[in-house]
Design a protein around this ligand. Structure first.
Ligand SMILES: Nc1ncnc2c1ncn2[C@@H]1O[C@H](COP(=O)(O)OP(=O)(O)OP(=O)(O)O)[C@@H](O)[C@H]1O
Ligand SMILES: [Mg+2]
Length: 257
């Protein structure tokens, strides 16, 4: 397991008009924590996740992973994007094992790891299928198995269940919680769904837009396993909605989540 320290991080995208996407972000993600990042479209959630993954560098400030400054993409983190981007010409098994293949892991070890994680995400028996033969939820599961197969200490997930139907989404949330408990990973999970954030997270970081700043951090003390209709969770959800509508952007623009 591993945790992050984000110190005074800002991200400015260059362009005709430079975009200050994130401003003065200070955040600690604990070892083994399940942290949700919540905020309206365009507030910088994906940017923050890409910074944590080392896929982009902050313009100002620094990010430490396990106490060491992040210098780029690294094997400690496994990333799951909204679109799992599986290679259509590779089988599920070959897609899940691609990172291991690149890392030079031998075939037998690759096969055993891929089988283990396919089983963990409920895709046992589908290894020889091609992505187009899977449902959207199954493709998403394959993307999670691919991230897990690299044995990362941290899972960074960007709206991973955004494109699947509601019932599948609820199931995937429960499966993810089970994996998190079994594998003892640190998870940073981006979503714009308040109920998803409070159901999953130990804490929820609410970002405000333009530029993205930390507006508030909510602790979710409810013990696990949680009930979706738990009165305390619903109350927290309402508090978060109130905080969202209370947010003023620097341009004082209206926004919707
Ligand atoms: N590569 C880039 N170059 C320039 N601007 C960018 C780039 N990536 C993101 N931005 C800008 O940064 C802001 C935040 O984008 P980001 O994708 O991080 O938001 P988000 O919160 O993930 O939104 P969504 O919920 O829609 O996924 C937006 O204004 C976007 O236009
Ligand atoms: Mg995004």
């Amino acid at each position: 397991m591993a945790g992050f320290t984000v110190q005074q991080v800002s991200k400015i995208y260059d362009g005709d008009v430079p975009t200050v996407t994130l401003k003065d972000i200070n955040l600690t993600v604990q070892d083994g924590e399940f942290l949700c990042i919540l905020g309206p479209s365009g507030c910088g959630k994906s940017t923050l996740l890409e910074l944590l993954a080392g896929l982009q560098a902050p313009t100002e400030g620094e990010i430490l992973l396990e106490g060491e400054q992040l210098k780029g993409p690294n094997r400690k983190s496994g990333v799951v994007f909204q679109d799992p981007s599986l290679y259509p010409w590779r089988t599920v098994e070959q897609n899940v094992g691609i990172g291991l293949e690149i890392a030079g892991v031998d075939k037998a070890e690759r096969k055993s790891r891929v089988d283990r994680y396919l089983q963990m995400v409920g895709l046992q028996g589908f290894g020889e299928k091609y992505p187009h033969q899977l449902s959207g939820g199954m493709r998403q599961r394959a993307g999670i198995a691919r991230a897990l197969a690299g044995h990362p200490e941290v899972l960074l997930m960007d709206e991973p269940f955004g494109a699947v139907d509601h019932l599948t989404r609820l199931q995937l949330q429960n499966d993810l919680l089970q994996i998190w408990e079994e594998e003892k990973k640190t998870v940073v999970f981006v979503t714009h769904d308040v109920s998803e954030a409070v159901y999953l997270g130990d804490r929820v970081v609410l970002l405000s837009p333009r530029p993205g700043r930390i507006h508030r951090i909510f602790g979710i003390p409810q013990p696990r396993p949680r009930k979706r209709d738990d009165v305390g969770l619903l109350k927290l959800q309402n508090n978060i909605y109130s905080a969202i509508y209370d947010v003023k952007t620097e341009e004082d623009l209206e926004f919707t989540i």
